[in-house]
Design a protein around this ligand. Structure first.
Ligand SMILES: [Zn+2]
Length: 208
């Protein structure tokens, strides 16, 4: 099946055979897995989640045509885009290293300054070395925290204790599942909530 139009920029949540989230992939790759029978579609129907192998998903799409704006079109079919797929064979949870980056530190800390505890936008935040570089502090998940510009300036080149400041929590390397939940759109959060580690409020559940 070739998708000639549709929302190929949409993302699809991938669950392993045990219904645990293992990845988020593009729609094109999800369709490829589906039609090679490596995965089925999971679709919420009247409160419960049903599993549709490729052929049944095609039938379901024919019986319940998607809105034109969502359809993945081939000459003979308007397919409903899957938003969750279930892998047929894979039952592991991959261990992943989360790349250290400014953006990922902000996500880990939920955009909260780790000194004053308030939430800021990217432009109002900085990365702070808890142990300053000139005292041997390294750039690592365990020594870098999100800080607002004001707290960052106040702390300057000192240890938190010297500046009379306290960290909200000890910085740690984040877990992949947790960070995955942090970068979801509101719609994805809604669709995937019950499969992810997210609190009902949509807030990040920080597990220290
Ligand atoms: Zn602050």
């Amino acid at each position: 099946m070739t998708a000639v139009a549709g929302r190929l920029d949409q993302r699809v949540l991938v669950l392993n055979r045990l219904w645990q989230p293992v990845n988020i992939i593009g729609l094109r790759r999800a369709l490829s897995l589906l039609f090679r029978e490596r995965a089925s579609v999971i679709y919420a129907d009247e409160g419960s989640h049903r599993v549709y192998p490729a052929a049944e998903w095609v039938s379901h799409s024919r019986a319940n045509p998607p809105p034109e704006s969502e359809a993945i079109r081939s000459p003979s079919l308007a397919l409903r885009p899957p938003r969750i797929i279930l892998l047929a064979a894979y039952d592991k949870v991959p261990r992943r290293e989360i790349r250290y980056s400014r953006r990922n530190v902000y996500l880990r800390d939920n955009h909260n300054c780790q000194y004053c505890g308030r939430k800021f936008s990217d432009e109002e935040l900085n990365l702070d070395h808890v142990v300053p570089r000139d005292r041997g502090g390294v750039t690592s998940w365990e020594n870098i925290v999100t800080a607002c510009i004001r707290c960052n300036a106040k702390k300057a080149n000192r240890l938190p204790t010297q500046a009379g400041m306290t960290l909200q929590r000890a910085p740690q390397r984040p877990k992949w599942r947790m960070l995955m939940s942090a970068s979801l759109t509101a719609q994805e959060m809604d669709l995937w909530r019950e499969f992810l580690d997210v609190a009902p409020s949509g807030e990040l559940p920080w597990k220290a």
